[in-house]
Design a protein around this ligand. Structure first.
Ligand code: MTE
Ligand code: MO
Length: 324
């Protein structure tokens, strides 16, 4: 208990009875997530979706967040990629209100003991939410700083008990032509699909993301749940996930199927391996919304988007020029 309180950077002198209660909630939720305690149906602990217009309660600040000013709510929610709503950056903000996100469930299939359908509530319940400020680097060589809300993806995946044959995990996202005008066009293979190695998915930086700026994700950012893989290009971070599939073979991914020479399976942020049509050595830091985003500062791109210390060991012995 003492260690967890210190990790949350609260001085004992600052703890009020309410904090003790909140920390207890967090610790119990964490213990459930780690499989140390059973998850009891109807238990009062862990994350819940707030009512419409509300904010998540009991979100702790992740101590390893970037020490950088996040981009505005406005730019994070209006300059998007979500091809199910169109290929323009402003299409998702314009059309994503058509997507129905409640009720929501996720199907778990493939190499796992606990396959089946889980409601959004089931998925969130045992987990404690954190705000994590990450740099988000798109393959199109722009970046922004985002205060995501979520919990480690691996904590969720472990609950499904992947078998020893689960070498990869694949994500499938919503594919509803009536709600998503972009899926009428075969620009990508629908449903949008992405994949990670199981080691990548279990890495503590990989985030099951449900919010931004303390609020549930807006539809255009992938409501109600998406993944964020901060050391990879943005397209690896699948939005509005409806199925999690564990596999032995490397799974198909929509961008790789569309243009295999441009988008590999790994897609780690790597300033030394250029995209065939543009350099990845630097990136535009988005400076505003709409057209202003196009006239913004450039900065050098960092290996693994600045997370090399944490993730480089996942790739020892792998030729990253071949495995782009
Ligand atoms: N389902 C789905 N997920 C997706 C995409 C998409 O088109 N469909 N685009 C990806 C790309 S290319 C990027 S850069 C990020 C953008 O996330 P953001 O709009 O929240 O910044 O989402 C990724 N996830
Ligand atoms: Mo992207």
């Amino acid at each position: 208990m003492k260690r967890l309180i210190m990790k949350n950077r609260i001085k004992p002198s600052e703890i009020t009875p309410e904090d003790v209660f909140m920390n207890r909630r967090r610790i119990i939720a964490g213990a459930v997530a780690m499989g140390l305690l059973p998850s009891i149906a109807g238990d009062a602990f862990g994350a819940v979706m707030p009512p419409a217009g509300g904010e998540f309660e009991d979100v702790s600040k992740w101590p390893k967040s970037l020490d950088a000013e996040p981009h505005s709510w406005d730019i994070i929610t209006t300059y998007n990629n979500f091809y199910e709503f169109g290929t323009g950056k402003s299409d998702p903000a314009r059309y994503a209100h058509m997507m129905k996100t409640d009720p929501w469930s996720v199907e778990v299939t493939g190499e796992a003991n606990k396959r089946g359908r889980y409601t959004l509530e089931d998925i969130l319940k045992p987990h404690a939410l954190e705000e994590r400020i990450y740099r988000f680097r798109c393959v199109e060589a722009w970046s922004m700083i985002v205060p995501w809300v979520g919990f480690p993806l691996g904590d969720l995946l472990k609950r499904f008990e992947p078998t020893s044959r689960a070498k990869y995990v694949q994500f499938f996202t919503l594919n509803e032509p009536d709600q998503m005008p972009g899926v009428r066009y075969p620009v990508l293979k629908w449903p949008y699909r992405e994949g990670l190695t199981i080691e990548e998915a279990m890495h503590p930086l990989a985030l099951l993301t449900v919010g931004v700026y303390g609020k549930p994700l807006p539809n255009q950012n992938g409501a109600p749940l998406r993944v964020i893989v901060p050391w990879k290009y943005g397209f690896k971070s699948a939005k509005s996930i409806v199925r999690i599939h564990f596999t032995e073979q490397q799974p198909e991914t929509s961008w790789n199927m569309a243009a295999p020479h441009e988008y590999g399976f790994y897609s780690n942020v790597n300033p030394n391996v250029d995209h065939p049509r543009w350099s990845q050595a630097s990136e535009r830091v988005l400076g505003g919304s709409g057209l202003r985003a196009l006239i913004s500062a450039r900065q050098p791109t960092l290996m693994f988007n600045g997370y090399a210390e944490e993730v480089a060991s996942l790739y020892t012995g792998l030729d990253l020029a071949k495995n782009y």
